[in-house]
Ligand binder design. Structure first.
Ligand SMILES: Cc1ncc(COP(=O)(O)O)c(C=O)c1O
Length: 425
């Protein structure tokens, strides 16, 4: 297995950029999320230059849900990114990171009136609208605020399957996301006569972790056709995210952003239609930058299975339990991988595993492990299940280490619960 860029063994120890991971584990404790700033910058530049090389005008609106730590949002903002948000909370974090409202789009099937009011006050670029009811509520709330020309993108359900796990497929005919072609036509007609709302673009996002770009290109082709039918001047097409990463570290990874951008340029050439683009990568920008560090607590055998029980659980990294996602696990101390372990956490669920099978050097209690590819949908999906405090996060840039989120304390489990504590703790 090839380690992700910016991770390597030096003198028998695993490093992220200029820092030894076992030292970070000692200093900040485990479980611990560690991210490489250089990996994020490199992924961002790869995505950006792919579109530039293809001669496309593309604005990157980072999908905040992938990793919403404000230090990472700020870094991406400084690189030039806008934001794709799906809640008032994400909008708040994006604004706190100083992302300009003209580069913020707001998707999601269940926007509340309060969230709509907030986004209207912030003057974001567009609401990516997912139902007629939502469009009417936005119109209503915008009128109450005396707004005109509020930006709208209609999210299309292109009836293209993204493949992969059905939980992360969002473009199929029976999906809860987006509008049918007929609904888009109808709402586009309605918008033509609205001074309050302005149809800016069409939006499509068909799923996540796609390891080939054919489904995205098919969706884009359909949306270009739809845009042509609608007529009028759309300011852009928003083609969503979904470009996958190489979790397993297979060599000869194809350059997916390049394939996506050149494929879109080809569609534009073939159809004779060209649009500025918004793109919403999440996973691609941050997944491979991150590792979740954990310590082996116990080793045990049950039937044929050799378990390593570690101090990180499904509450810290949900992807294996939720999607059956496979994350490579490596030892912080280099060694010959000669033993297969199932890596499980302390949570009281049989679904609490981090790896079904990891080939590792023979482990002892106290050994340090790194779960790789944990930068996206890792901490952002973490919870307090089993009343476990969520981990700390650290950002590494060369030899510099910044603690970007403190580990939660025991008191953080209690502090929002309205209770007088009359016991000594
Ligand atoms: C609307 C929208 N845009 C972008 C993304 C980001 O997807 P990915 O992380 O696969 O790039 C998502 C993820 O669910 C999404 O729902």
């Amino acid at each position: 297995m090839q380690l992700p860029e910016f991770f390597e063994y030096r003198d028998g120890q695993l490093y992220i950029e200029g820092c030894e991971l076992s030292e970070l584990a000692r200093e900040y404790g485990t479980p611990l999320y560690v991210y490489s700033a250089s990996a994020i910058k490199t992924a961002y530049e790869r995505y950006r230059t792919a579109f530039e090389r293809a001669g496309l005008d593309a604005t990157i609106c980072y999908a905040v849900k992938a990793n919403s730590n404000i230090h990472i949002l700020r870094m991406l903002h400084e690189l030039g990114a806008g934001a794709d948000v799906v809640s008032g909370g994400e909008l708040y974090l994006a604004r706190a990171a100083r992302v300009t409202p003209e580069k913020i789009v707001f998707a999601g099937v269940g926007k509340t009136a309060a969230e709509i009011d907030y986004a209207l006050r912030e003057n974001i670029l567009a609401f990516n609208v997912e139902s007629a009811g939502e469009l009417h509520l936005i119109k209503n709330r915008a009128s109450k605020q005396g707004k005109t020309g509020v930006g709208i993108s209609l999210r299309v359900r292109p009836e293209v399957s993204a493949g992969g796990h059905h939980y992360i497929t969002t473009g199929a005919a029976d999906s809860k996301f987006g509008l049918s072609f007929a609904e888009v036509h109808e709402l586009a007609r309605e918008l033509k006569n609205s001074p309050t709302l302005k149809l800016r673009g069409l939006h499509v996002h068909i799923g996540s972790q796609m390891r080939g770009v054919t489904p995205i290109l098919e969706a884009v082709r359909r949306v270009v056709g739809l845009a042509t039918e609608i007529g009028g001047e759309l300011e852009y097409l928003d083609i969503g995210g979904g470009v996958g990463v190489n979790y397993a570290g297979e060599p000869d990874e194809p350059n997916l952003p390049d394939a996506l951008a050149s494929g879109i340029a080809k569609i534009f050439r073939e159809t004779g239609r060209t649009y500025p683009l918004l793109v919403e990568p999440g996973r691609y920008l941050v997944a491979m930058s991150g590792a979740l560090l954990t310590e082996v607590l116990y080793l045990k055998e049950s039937g044929e299975t050799r378990f390593a029980v570690v101090d990180a659980g499904m509450n810290d990294l949900l992807r294996p339990a939720l999607y059956g996602a496979v994350h490579p696990v490596v030892s912080l101390a280099e060694g010959v991988s000669n033993t297969a372990y199932k890596i499980v956490g302390p949570v009281c669920e049989s679904g609490d595993f981090l790896s079904e099978r990891a080939e590792l050097p023979t482990l002892e209690a106290g050994a340090g492990l790194a779960i790789l590819g944990a930068g996206a949908y890792g901490f952002s999906m973490a919870s307090n299940y089993n009343s476990r405090s969520r981990p700390a996060e650290v950002l590494v840039n060369g030899n510099n280490v910044t603690l970007i989120r403190r580990r939660e304390t025991l008191y953080s489990l209690l502090k929002e619960q309205l209770v007088n504590i009359d016991v000594e703790i």
